[in-house]
Design a binder for this molecule. Sequence first.
Ligand code: AMP
Length: 114
Amino acid sequence: MSDCIFCKIANGEIQSDIVFEDDKVIAFRDLNPQAPIHILIITKQHFDNILSMDSSQSALLSHLYFTAANIARQEGIADAGFRLVLNCNALGGQSVAHIHVHLLGGRQMHWPPG
Ligand code: AMP
């Protein structure tokens, strides 16, 4: 989508601190980190959020999460522990309408999340 900030990151129009990329997903550091490690993993194809996907995107959604887990290993936070967060719509705290998984780590997480 032409006015989507994450599409612009995915196509290189906007600079970001990219930590991983393949033909389907891209991962980059969050501009406003909420933990020592805070990385966003997005699909290159635009979906507003998980409600815009269906079962035909099962493999892609799975790839998004396994990529997040692999990046946790790459960042050295896998064994200590980390959190994956997917916000959806306004009450879910979603501010960017392009599906993304937050990878948060490097500190103790708390429950329930705010
Ligand atoms: P959410 O609130 O779940 O939609 O998360 C959106 C995230 O995108 C927030 O954590 C923002 O800090 C982050 N963000 C917004 N713009 C950028 C950007 N240009 N580069 C990196 N992270 C961004």
